[in-house]
Design a protein around this ligand. Structure first.
Ligand code: HEC
Ligand code: HEC
Ligand code: HEC
Ligand code: HEC
Ligand code: HEC
Length: 185
């Protein structure tokens, strides 16, 4: 009698096997993959006033400004779960990515050719605001990419290097170099 019952249960489970296998395959595929995630500058910068350097933490220390990793995002989002259904849904995805050891990748919008040398630090330490080059970032909503420099050409760099930039705290205008080797090492 008992044996019959457990056989019945097993028989009922048989139709579920394909679904089970399918989810295993999906999980295995997702494991370790890199993903593009939704990121909204407006929510973070305008609504919540998080500073640019909080996430792009190399901008004043190094050549690259850097983009945060999933680990950095979760530093906040383990606590910040979202105030609306839509936001909770988007934020929950971040936890899933961690579970599957996925990392987030970003859609690169500004990319100079390798033969050009550029350093964030040389500019930001001279009190140049991010917005001077990247435009208004704080009011860009996802999925629109933020911070695209409109005219990323040699002429654009040169124009400012010749015109110069005012360092407000010292009331002084400094110019950039126009020598080829400054930007082409
Ligand atoms: C300093 C804390 C902080 C960090 C770091 C942070 N966030 Fe947020 N995030 C917030 C806050 C605050 C909200 C607004 C929550 C709300 O109002 O519901 C938010 C909202 C969101 C939302 C929901 C809004 C929307 O667009 O649907 C997503 C998605 C999100 N963050 C993704 C990210 C990602 C991806 C990263 C890492 C690149 C990140 N966050 C890093 C604080 C942070
Ligand atoms: C909470 C984290 C966070 C904050 C705060 C933040 N950013 Fe970002 N930023 C990101 C992420 C993540 C990306 C990549 C977005 C993507 O892939 O869609 C990004 C992309 C960018 C880019 C484009 C990078 C490229 O590929 O060239 C620029 C420029 C930028 N941010 C500037 C700023 C400025 C200026 C501020 C302050 C007003 C700011 N960010 C504040 C997380 C942040
Ligand atoms: C003098 C102009 C200028 C200023 C000021 C500036 N940037 Fe950039 N930024 C650039 C250029 C040019 C690139 C492309 C660099 C490359 O391709 O190597 C870039 C690239 C980036 C990227 C892409 C990732 C990286 O590191 O290359 C991020 C993020 C970024 N900037 C954020 C910022 C933030 C945040 C600030 C303010 C703290 C800032 N930038 C100030 C010109 C500027
Ligand atoms: C908004 C104005 C502005 C823009 C745009 C700008 N620069 Fe500059 N840059 C400066 C100024 C001013 C200095 C001089 C800083 C100093 O004297 O410390 C400088 C310095 C430099 C230096 C010398 C750094 C060093 O440590 O010797 C390099 C290299 C450079 N810029 C490359 C670039 C490139 C490449 C671009 C374009 C992709 C660019 N800059 C765009 C204003 C600008
Ligand atoms: C302030 C920085 C800066 C200085 C100084 C500079 N360049 Fe450039 N140069 C750039 C940037 C940025 C690019 C890439 C522009 C692009 O992709 O459109 C570039 C591109 C070039 C190219 C490739 C052009 C092309 O159409 O692909 C040549 C050649 C060049 N530079 C030569 C020079 C020479 C010669 C000098 C000295 C007279 C010089 N550069 C000084 C920033 C600079």
């Amino acid at each position: 009698m008992k044996q019959d019952q457990s056989c019945d249960i097993l028989r009922q489970l048989i139709p579920l096997i394909p679904a089970l296998l399918l989810s295993l395959v999906i999980a295995a595929k997702a494991y370790g993959q890199d993903l593009v995630v939704r990121f909204d500058h407006q929510v973070h910068n305008e609504e919540y006033d998080i500073s640019c350097e909080y996430c792009h933490y190399y901008a004043e220390r190094s050549e690259q400004a850097g983009v945060p990793s999933l680990y950095d995002c979760l530093g906040c989002h383990q606590v910040v779960k979202g105030t609306t259904d839509e936001r909770r849904f988007e934020i929950r995805k971040l936890e899933h990515h961690r579970l599957f050891k996925q990392n987030v990748i970003w859609t690169r919008v500004n990319d100079l050719p390798d033969f050009v040398y550029f350093s964030h630090q040389s500019h930001t330490l001279k009190e140049m605001e991010c917005e001077e080059c990247h435009g208004e970032v704080a009011n860009i909503k996802a999925p629109n990419p933020a911070g695209k420099i409109k005219d990323l050409t040699m002429q654009w760099c040169m124009d400012c290097h010749v015109r110069g930039h005012e360092v407000k705290s010292q009331a002084e205008i400094i110019k950039g170099s126009t020598e080829c080797h400054s930007c082409h090492k």
